[in-house]
Ligand binder design. Structure first.
Ligand SMILES: NC(=O)c1ccc[n+]([C@@H]2O[C@H](COP(=O)([O-])OP(=O)(O)OC[C@H]3O[C@@H](n4cnc5c(N)ncnc54)[C@H](OP(=O)(O)O)[C@@H]3O)[C@@H](O)[C@H]2O)c1
Length: 294
């Protein structure tokens, strides 16, 4: 791959302090991309910033600290990016977790759904004009094969009635795929592409926030998993390869577009999830207010 292929391109990547996100950032940094690293801890962000391979002439990666489970923090992050950058070439929505016990965010939302789905939904929407300004540009969302067992519980999105970590994670990761497909439809003709990815089973800190048998299971399989660098291959490919220029609305595994679950192609569910997400993140109210001002 052209080492300098990403030169002059601004890549925003969430969850850049560990695992797949950090390895993706390292790979793109080595290709000459200008990075904006997002994490939730200043110390870990500084360590990630210092460890990035440097290419001559490329500015030091920028860092932004935000707890992305909070919608106010997502908005603060988006505002900071918008203030500093008229264009964003690539957005990689990677931060995610599987919460062991049901817990609520500051907004009162189920944690995994908020961090893994609502946060990328809101961040992407708030950066859309910057992505359009950079077109052809790319949005990549890190989903999981766990979406295959997922279901969107429209009557109980916050899983108040029945919670389990796999149920929460499956729902959130299916939401990533439905969101990607709906986004790609809405972005038709803009030359902004939206794709999602299953990175493989990767040895990272993933699962540290789980508990009980789920955590034990995730830790037990670690020796057999891919390295973070291997897990980063498909996100890097989607962010940088000319082969996927113009390819949109697809689910990628090991560098190839694959069929995702039957539920992920449900157009009504995708529209309904979009509307619910817009309401929960306050995007709907923003759009109404913008309409009133016109
Ligand atoms: N590992 C796998 O086998 C696997 C398989 C399929 C999909 N995935 C997906 O891959 C993505 C990356 O996961 P990973 O495996 O690389 O896990 P990881 O090592 O735990 O990395 C997760 C990243 O997200 C950040 N993060 C967590 N909570 C956050 C919050 N509230 N606000 C802001 N950032 C937060 C973490 O920050 P800290 O460094 O501060 O913790 C870290 O940078 C996730 O979306 C995950 O669902 C992973």
């Amino acid at each position: 791959m052209d080492k300098q292929g990403m030169s002059g391109k601004l890549v925003v990547i969430t969850g850049a302090t560990s695992g797949i996100g950090r390895a993706t950032a390292e790979g793109l940094s080595a290709m000459g991309a200008t990075l904006l690293l997002v994490g939730r801890d200043e110390g870990r962000l500084k360590a990630a910033q210092d460890s990035m391979p440097r290419v001559e002439g490329v500015p030091m990666p920028e860092t932004h600290c935000a707890d992305l489970s909070s919608m106010a923090e997502v908005r603060r992050l988006a505002a900071a990016i918008r203030d500093a950058h008229p264009r964003v070439d690539v957005l990689i929505n990677n931060a995610g977790t599987i919460a062991g016990r049901r817990k609520l965010t500051v907004d009162g939302y189920e944690y995994t759904f908020a961090l893994d789905h609502l946060s990328p939904f809101l961040l992407t929407n708030l950066l859309l004009d910057r992505l359009k300004a950079a077109a052809p540009s790319r949005i990549i969302t890190v989903s999981s094969s766990a979406h295959l067992a997922g279901k969107i519980h429209f009557d109980d999105l916050m899983l108040a009635r029945r919670y389990s970590a796999p149920r929460a994670y499956g729902q959130a990761k299916l939401a990533n795929v439905l969101f990607t497909y709906e986004l790609a439809r809405r972005l038709e003709g803009t030359r902004v592409t939206a794709n999602c990815v299953h990175p493989g089973a990767v040895r990272t800190h993933f699962g540290n926030e789980a508990s009980g048998p789920v955590r034990i299971g995730l830790v037990a399989v670690r020796p057999f998993e891919l390295s973070a660098r291997q897990g980063a291959r498909t996100p890097i490919y989607l962010a940088s390869s000319p082969e996927v220029e113009g390819v949109t609305g697809r689910y990628f595994v090991r560098g190839k577009a694959r069929r995702s679950s039957t539920a992920s192609y449900d157009l009504d569910a995708a529209r309904r999830l979009w509307e619910e997400s817009a309401r929960l993140t306050g995007l709907e109210a923003d759009e109404r207010a913008a309409g009133d001002r016109k």
